[in-house]
Design a protein around this ligand. Structure first.
Ligand SMILES: [Zn+2]
Length: 300
């Protein structure tokens, strides 16, 4: 990314622009709103500039190197089994809801979307990456739209369930995006949002070395409190929260899954890796080693 055009923004949660600096990641700064505590990137690159990054195949197959500005993924397809597992975990609390229409926001190459479809949901995905959505359509046969949610052509009150998994932190304006999703959802429909939790134990210990800072891909660093407040302000009631720690936090390696996934792949360890991961999640939950939060909320 040459010639970065910097953009200063005010707080997405309370509109204030009085901040204190948490970390400097030249030329960007991670700041905390003095008024409400929301942590975000300002200055940051212009969102249009980031679009070009997500659009390229390289983001999914040549990323993950600490020396480069953008983390990306060394091989996104290797995450497929893991993402199936994540999709199952995510749906566990909403198993009592009869499958209807589902929208997966930030669907990427569509692995979780595929799993949602297998679970009986009429599934639609959307992602700003033309490369990823083309893969989801041509390789997996999914309904995946390219672009932002604002460009989607669905009627209001259409979806029964919306999933936003590790996506809201990439959005340039989460408040506006939640308002758009609110319109697309039926009354009492559920939205599931999973994001990294800046108030978790791992970020407190690792501070500027925390794996999920991912500057400048991540524009926002929510906590349970700030995300809950934003959801309430945009017309949702929080009904459930779960917390997990990601493998990435422990392995401390870019997107974290690089080394384990590579080993798993080389030695054909898929059948034991997923149960181990499941155990790890359970232990992390017990010990409160969380740095990811998942919020289930319903449209008022
Ligand atoms: Zn604020």
């Amino acid at each position: 990314m040459k010639d970065i055009a910097l953009q200063y923004i005010s707080c997405n949660l309370c509109g204030n622009d009085r901040t204190k600096t948490l970390f400097q990641v030249h030329p960007f700064t991670i700041v905390k709103c003095i008024n409400c505590g929301l942590v975000y990137l300002s200055p940051r690159p212009h969102p249009e500039q980031m679009m070009g990054v997500y659009d390229s195949r390289d983001y999914y197959f040549s990323g993950g190197k600490q020396t480069e500005m953008f983390y990306g993924y060394p091989d996104y397809t290797r995450l497929q089994k893991h993402l199936y597992f994540v999709a199952d975990e995510l749906m566990r609390p909403v198993r009592n809801i009869a499958p209807g229409r589902l929208l997966d926001v930030g669907c990427g190459m569509g692995f979780m979307l595929k799993r949602f479809q297998e679970l009986g949901w009429e599934s639609y995905g959307v992602d700003i990456s033309s490369y990823a959505t083309e893969y989801a359509r041509s390789e997996l046969g999914l309904n995946a739209y390219t672009g932002t949610i604002e460009k989607l052509d669905f009627p209001e009150n259409y979806f029964d369930l919306v999933t936003v998994v590790l996506t809201i932190e990439h959005m340039p304006d989460p408040r506006s995006s939640l308002q758009t999703l609110h319109k697309l959802m039926k009354k009492d429909a559920t939205i599931i949002i999973a994001t990294h939790d800046i108030e978790g134990l791992w970020p407190k210990i690792s501070r500027s070395k925390w794996q999920h800072l991912f500057v400048p891909e991540h524009f926002f660093f929510f906590s349970y409190k700030t995300l809950k407040r934003l959801l309430m302000q945009t017309g949702f009631d929080v009904v459930k929260t779960t917390e997990t720690a990601t493998l990435a936090s422990v392995t401390g390696d870019g997107h974290g899954l690089r080394i384990p996934i590579k080993l798993i792949h080389e030695y054909n360890l898929e059948n034991i890796a997923v149960p181990i991961l499941r155990c790890f999640h359970a232990i992390a939950r017990q010990l409160n080693l969380s740095d990811e939060v998942t919020i289930y909320a319903v449209k008022r």
